[in-house]
Design a protein around this ligand. Structure first.
Ligand SMILES: C[S@@+](CC[C@H](N)C(=O)[O-])C[C@H]1O[C@@H](n2cnc3c(N)ncnc32)[C@H](O)[C@@H]1O
Length: 244
């Protein structure tokens, strides 16, 4: 009996040691999380922060609002073709992330007449533009949302489609943002990245404001999303559909 108690005591000690030896492992998990991003001297249009080998672009400030609303934009970017490519259903709940002035938000809203467009941006001035646009057009199914750099403030399991037009490349916390957006998708939901083609030197946009299909696919794969389709019907931009 005495031998049995000694044996149990030794076993208990061994278990506790095992548990305490696991402690450093959780510390190293924290370390690998902080290594998601790397840093370097910022280039002209970048913020000096790298994600998956790509330097993140500077955010387009609200003073660039008139460029987003330029009259020739529809013709140049063929936003009519983009709208078709999305195949929105009237009941869809759409999140327009990095909505800016709402140029595309207000084109989508009538297509989801029984649904809703959540127009997310981090700049309060853009939220003001969105509220003004909503009042001017008397639209009720657009809801402006002030997000943060790392969180679009969307409820889990609440959206059918997230669309990011010319915005993802300037997210300063792309991993965190995409994690939240993926969690906000309903089953079968899609994430659509619309980005100027980095593969095409003739697209007259600054390098850091373009994105290739290979780079986007690599970055989405890091959070468990796969490329479902790349639609190249637009003159200058990819329309990349991702899902879980
Ligand atoms: C180039 S503008 C494009 C606006 C709009 N999608 C369009 O095509 O007209 C990019 C927008 O993304 C927003 N943005 C940048 N980082 C963001 C983030 N983490 N979450 C939400 N919006 C963000 C900026 O404030 C800016 O309004």
């Amino acid at each position: 009996m005495r031998h049995l108690s000694v044996l149990l005591f030794v076993l208990l000690l061994a278990c506790c040691r095992g548990a305490s030896q696991q402690q450093p492992a959780s510390t190293s998990t924290t370390d690998s999380t902080t290594a998601v991003y790397q840093f370097k001297d910022a280039s002209r249009d970048g913020i000096g922060k790298l994600y998956q080998g790509r330097e993140i672009a500077q955010v387009m400030g609200h003073l660039g609002a008139s460029w987003l609303e330029r009259p020739e934009r529809e013709r140049e970017e063929r936003t009519d073709l983009l709208l078709k490519a999305l195949s929105l259903k009237p009941t869809d709940v759409v999140a327009d992330i990095g909505a800016g002035t709402g140029f595309f938000t207000f084109l989508m809203a009538p297509k989801v007449a029984k649904g809703n467009v959540l127009a997310v941006d981090i700049q309060p001035e853009m939220i003001e533009y969105l509220n003004e646009g909503k009042a001017k057009r008397k639209i009720t199914n657009v809801q402006p949302v002030l997000g943060t750099e790392s969180d679009p403030k969307l409820a889990a399991n609440s959206i059918d489609i997230a669309i990011l037009i010319d915005a993802y490349h300037e997210f300063s916390y792309p991993r965190e943002m995409m994690g939240h957006i993926a969690a906000a998708l309903k089953p079968g939901g899609r994430i659509v990245l619309v980005e100027y083609r980095a593969e095409d030197p003739n697209v007259p946009i600054k390098e850091l404001h373009k994105l290739s299909v290979a780079q986007a696919t690599k970055e989405m794969k890091a959070i468990g999303l796969k490329l479902l389709k790349n639609d190249d019907r637009l003159p200058q931009q990819h329309i990349m559909f991702f899902g879980k």
